[in-house]
Design a protein around this ligand. Structure first.
Ligand code: PRP
Ligand code: URA
Length: 209
C-alpha cells in the first residue's frame, strides 16, 4: 500500500545491494560497505530537486555558464546506526557538515532515549538530511525530528534503508510534512519492535556489537 510523502527508491542496483545486505551471512565489513554504497545511490534521488545557481566556469577552451548547488547541506546521522550511512552520503556531498543526534530505543519500553546533541549553529539555513537505516516504531526518528524543529529547522528529509508501516504512520502522525526516503517498506514489526523481514539490529551489524 503506498503511503503519502514516502519515496521508495526501487532502483535495481539499490535493491540488489539491499538484498545482499539483508543476508545473515553478510559480515560487518560487507554490511558496512553495502550500506554506504546504498546511501551514496540514494542521495542522487533525495537531492534531485535541490535548487542550483549559475556559476561561470573557465574550461581549458572557453568560459561557460555552469550550475552548482546553492544551499549548504547538513547531514544529521542518528547515533549510532546512522553513522553507517554517513560516509556514503559524504562520498557524494563531501562539503556537507555533520550534526549528531544520539538516540537509542529502550529495549523494554521501545521508547526513544536522547543522550547527545550537537548541531551546526546555522543548520536552519541548510538542506538537512536526517539519516538512520531503520524506521521501526518511529520513536527515534520522531524524537530526532522534534529536536531539529526546536533548533529552528523548518524543512528536512528523513532517509532510511528499511521502514516499517507502523513507523511510517507514527512518524507522519507527528511530522506529516517530512518526506521519508527509503529503499524498502517491509511487512510489519514483531512483538520486540524488530522489522520483519528486516535485517536484524542495524547498529550491531555495523559495529560488531
Ligand atoms: C535503532 C535504529 C533506529 C531505531 C529505530 O537504533 O538505528 O535509531 O533503532 O527504532 P524505532 O523506530 O523503533 O525508534 P538503536 O536503538 O538500536 O540504537 P543504536 O543505533 O545505537 O544501535
Ligand atoms: N532497530 C534495528 O536496528 N532493527 C530493527 O529491526 C528495528 C529497530
Amino acid at each position: 500500500m503506498p503511503f503519502d510523502n514516502v519515496i521508495v527508491i526501487d532502483h535495481p542496483v539499490v535493491q540488489t545491494k539491499l538484498s545482499e545486505l539483508r543476508e545473515t551471512s553478510a559480515d560487518h565489513r560487507t554490511f558496512r560497505s553495502l550500506l554506504n554504497q546504498i546511501a551514496s545511490l540514494m542521495i542522487y534521488e533525495v537531492s534531485r530537486d535541490w535548487p542550483t545557481e549559475e556559476r561561470m566556469v573557465q574550461t581549458p577552451l572557453e568560459k561557460m555558464s555552469g550550475r552548482v548547488l546553492c544551499k549548504k547541506v547538513t547531514l544529521v546521522p542518528i547515533l549510532r546506526a546512522g553513522l553507517g550511512m554517513s560516509d556514503g552520503v559524504l562520498a557524494i556531498l563531501p562539503e556537507a557538515r555533520l550534526g549528531h543526534l544520539g538516540v537509542y530505543r529502550d529495549e523494554k519500553t521501545l521508547e526513544p532515549v536522547s543522550y547527545y546533541q550537537k548541531l551546526p549553529p546555522d543548520i536552519a539555513d541548510t538542506e538537512v538530511l536526517l539519516i538512520d537505516p531503520m524506521l521501526a516504531t518511529g520513536g527515534s526518528g520522531s524524537a530526532a525530528i522534534a529536536y531539529l524543529k526546536k533548533a529552528g529547522v523548518r524543512t528536512m528529509r528523513f532517509i532510511c534503508l528499511v521502514a516499517a508501516p507502523e513507523g511510517i504512520k507514527a512518524l507522519h502522525a507527528q511530522h506529516p510534512e517530512v518526506p521519508i526516503y527509503c529503499a524498502a517498506v517491509d511487512r510489519q514489526l514483531n512483538d520486540k519492535g524488530y522489522i520483519l523481514p528486516g535485517l536484524g539490529d542495524a547498529g550491531d551489524r555495523i559495529f560488531g556489537t
